[in-house]
Design a protein around this ligand. Structure first.
Ligand SMILES: O=C(CO)COP(=O)(O)O
Length: 250
């Protein structure tokens, strides 16, 4: 996965959207031709993966992702979805270790590492979510915290160069989150870029947390930021399209 640096623009719908809403979004976004080097992706809920895949259409530039996947290939894991199942559904990327999953569903650095390994064994690009809580930032330990999370996630990765990192500080995510000043992100992006150079050791480092069409360009301007991972700010198809355009100019 070497070559020119890419710009990734992705959205996770988390636990939102009806099938009708999902289909309308995907039908509109599917035919979009992104600017050269921009890689759009969407991560719907599991029950909508086939629907969204079909609504995006064959030949779409938009990659399909899932919001989670289990580390075992199959077995007695009630309620879980295995990476081979995602592959069968047409998924090419899988989100791993989102802050909400770490906070509510017991995800740890260990389970994140297991999932990264499984995703890569099955040819999926893991989107590894990392980010410090507010108290860690207040204590001035953001960079060390994030570096440790990434190192743990990649500890057993068969091909670390084909992993995407999403830096999503916990304090910036969701309706309760605080919009970051780009300057607040510089140190973390700088430290990650030094340790895992893009194109060599990692496929891209994205920023996520309270991104929208108004702050996208300035966030993409943070050195080492290779893209955006967006929740609420990309829920509307037209906003996602704008974000893809903005990434093309950044
Ligand atoms: O968690 C996020 C993306 O995974 C970010 O969510 P928001 O963009 O809604 O803050």
């Amino acid at each position: 996965m070497s070559g020119p640096t890419r710009r990734w623009v992705g959205t996770s719908w988390k636990m939102t959207k009806s099938r009708a809403e999902a289909e309308a979004w995907a039908r509109r976004v599917g035919p979009v031709e992104p600017p050269v080097g921009v890689v759009p992706f969407v991560m719907p809920g599991f029950t909508m993966l086939d629907l969204v895949r079909d609504a995006l259409g064959t030949g779409t530039a938009v990659r399909l992702g899932a919001q989670n996947g289990h580390w075992a290939d199959a077995g007695p894991w009630t309620g879980e979805v295995a990476m081979p199942m995602l592959v069968e559904a047409g998924v090419s990327m899988v989100e791993i270790g989102h802050a909400e999953r770490r906070a509510w569903f017991g995800e740890t650095d260990h389970t994140v590492a297991l999932k990264v390994t499984s995703a890569q064994r099955h040819g999926l690009i893991p989107v590894i979510c990392v980010g410090e809580p507010a108290e860690v930032r207040a204590a001035g330990r953001s960079t060390d915290f994030v570096i440790d999370q990434i190192a743990a996630a990649l500890a057993d990765a068969p091909t670390p160069a084909e992993a995407v990192i999403a830096y999503e500080p916990v304090w910036a995510i969701g309706a309760e989150g605080r919009r970051p000043e780009p300057g607040e992100l510089v140190d973390v992006f700088d430290a990650v870029a030094r340790r895992w150079p893009v194109g060599e050791a990692i496929a891209g480092v994205l920023y996520g947390g309270s991104v929208d069409v108004d702050n996208a360009a300035e966030l993409l301007g943070v050195p080492g930021c290779d893209g955006l991972f967006v929740g609420r700010g990309a829920a509307r198809a037209e906003d996602f399209e704008r974000l893809v355009e903005i990434a093309g100019r950044a």
